[in-house]
Design a protein around this ligand. Structure first.
Ligand SMILES: [Fe+2]
Length: 157
């Protein structure tokens, strides 16, 4: 359902704030590994341009421990707490190459999920120095991002 404050065509920018236990290490990770630009910042928080969306890292003493919980998705253990971005197929491959060449450790290695189904997608997980899990994915068919029947096999017309 859409309303006058909820449209796709104005490309709303997602905002997310996450806890980190070392602001210097986290800031460096998002800049050097993921190429984020820095916006406003203080000693306790930093605004980051995360693929055009606003991600804020907030310094805390004890970070949340949701990252220790995993659920199974398509036969793989996926951290229940994570965030990320959906990229084009080509940009996913470019980022995959970039992460591999920089020896970034994957929580979940790049793989093809829901293969042969309408929701077929590539996905990979890394985590920042404060153990916030980050997922990158790319859909074979971008129109399937919000599809509801992912188990239905593709039928050729
Ligand atoms: Fe996810």
């Amino acid at each position: 359902m859409k309303s006058d404050f909820y449209t796709y065509d104005d490309n709303p920018i997602f905002h997310l704030a996450i806890p980190v236990d070392n602001i210097v290490n986290a800031r460096e990770f998002y800049i050097s590994v993921l190429g984020c630009d820095v916006g406003r910042e203080s000693s306790k928080w930093v605004d980051l341009n995360f693929f055009g969306h606003q991600l804020v890292i907030h310094l805390v003493n004890d970070r949340l421990r949701g990252e220790s919980e995993f659920n199974e998705v398509d036969g793989h253990k996926v951290p229940a707490s994570h965030f990320g971005i959906i990229l084009s197929w080509d940009n996913f491959s470019s980022l995959e190459t970039h992460l591999l060449s920089n020896n970034i450790k994957f929580t979940l290695e790049p793989y093809l999920r829901f293969e042969g189904q309408p929701g077929e997608q590539r996905t990979m997980f890394i985590k920042d120095p404060s153990d916030n899990h980050i997922e990158f994915k790319s859909f074979r068919n971008i129109d399937m991002v919000f599809a509801t029947d992912l188990n239905k096999k593709i039928v050729e017309n």
